[in-house]
Design a protein around this ligand. Structure first.
Ligand code: NAD
Length: 362
């Protein structure tokens, strides 16, 4: 029976990279019935809303989606369509592997780590108070009354909620992921020395849950600023990292930089029974419609999706075909060539075609 999957092409370079990934996934032979829906600019033009109910319903019904990047207009109702989607569907775990592939220009050759980022809480909760508003003044007065701390009246305020429930489920997810994928170590990343209540809670829960995995998964702790330095100096020492939302966002881009940049960094947003697969990169509007950008990140997101669907042999075949094209370095996009203006660079779709050709010979 065919798998039914929601496809959201997205904005900017989204349609190009999702089309390339879709073709590569289909070439593995896995039977998929795609349900194409819209979100972002196209949705706004067609339905007058950035995130139509029908799009959410399609993902809820099919339980799996492959999604291109989405632009959030600065004046829109949402802080971000992407953040809203993760919160509405409770996709609490953001999984971002950073793995080096031969042929990719990179400072490090043997990085293979996975960032597990909490996706729904922290400073991303969207609880903010703008400068000089009546409510902001009330919050400032309440804080003064409750804990005798002075916040200047000309301040804006963002809240950072971190819950026991949210922390427990993401930390357990990281340990279970490590076990299932034969990973050896989980590092919890925090700033509990300063944020004693929020990050302190996250850290205490990580310590407690780690005890259930003694002898099976090694556990260690790092303060986030030290973590950033250690990753740049010796990324090979790390395996699975688990972080609250904001640190997870920043550290996962840093990790993408370690293995060759955004063009090769895949991702997944996973909840208890729904998952949305998407590249780490955004819509790169200046490249829209130019058939120029690298489809690797989106194809690798497709590989993660195939594994999630238990289509392990198709996932391996596609990853190997991609590795083969990357390591040969011939039919690759401009960003994978020695210089950005290399005339031998191919377009997004031509790189996908080279991968499809390899698939038929594996
Ligand atoms: P971006 O990732 O879109 O682009 C930054 C730069 O990275 C590009 O100019 C390009 O040089 C490079 N790049 C990105 N993808 C590439 C690829 N596949 N191949 C080769 N090079 C690539 O980041 P941005 O410019 O900060 O964001 C643009 C828009 O995308 C914004 O509106 C932002 O909100 C949105 N965005 C969406 C998502 C998402 O949907 N998950 C994520 C990040 C940003």
């Amino acid at each position: 029976m065919a798998h039914k999957i929601t496809l959201i092409p997205g904005d900017g370079i989204g349609p190009e990279v999702t089309f390339a990934a879709k073709r590569c996934i289909e070439a593995t032979g896995v039977k998929i019935e795609w349900e194409e829906v819209v979100a972002g600019q196209e949705a706004e033009e067609r339905f007058g809303e950035l995130l139509p109910k029908s799009t959410i319903e399609s993902i809820r019904r099919n339980k799996i989606a492959l999604k291109g990047p989405i632009i959030t207009p600065v004046a829109g109702g949402f802080r971000s369509v992407n953040v809203a989607l993760r919160q509405i569907l409770d996709l609490y775990a953001c999984l971002r592997p950073a793995k080096y592939y031969p042929g990719v220009k990179s400072r490090f050759k043997d990085v293979d780590l996975v960032v597990v980022r909490e996706n729904t809480e922290d400073l991303y909760a969207g609880i903010e108070f703008a400068v000089n508003e009546k409510e902001t003044r009330e919050v400032i007065d309440t804080i003064k009354n409750l804990i005798n701390k002075n916040i200047p009246y000309d301040s804006a305020i963002s809240l950072k909620p971190i819950s026991i429930t949210g922390s427990e489920r993401i930390i357990r997810f990281a340990f279970e992921y490590a076990l299932k994928n034969k990973r050896k170590k989980v590092t919890v990343v925090h700033k509990a020395n300063i944020m004693k209540f929020t990050d302190g809670l996250f850290l205490r829960i990580a310590r407690r849950i780690s005890e259930e995995y003694i002898g099976r998964v090694v556990f260690e702790e790092r303060i986030v600023d030290n973590m950033a330095m250690q990753l740049v100096q010796k990324p090979r020492d790390y395996d699975v990292l688990v972080l609250p939302n904001l640190y997870g966002d920043i550290i996962s881009d840093l990790c993408a930089g370690l293995i060759g940049g955004l063009g090769v960094a895949p991702g997944a947003n996973i909840g208890d029974d729904v998952a949305v697969f998407e590249a780490v990169h955004g819509a790169a509007p200046k490249y829209k419609g130019k058939n120029k950008v690298n489809p690797t990140a989106m194809i690798l997101s497709g590989v993660m999706m195939l594994r999630y669907m238990n289509e392990f042999s198709a996932a391996e075949k596609l990853e190997n075909a991609l590795i083969s094209v990357l390591s040969e370095g011939r039919y690759v996009t401009y960003d994978l060539k020695p210089t950005k203006d290399d005339p031998s660079a191919v377009g997004t779709q031509e790189m996908a075609e080279a991968i499809i050709k390899k698939l038929s010979s594996i």
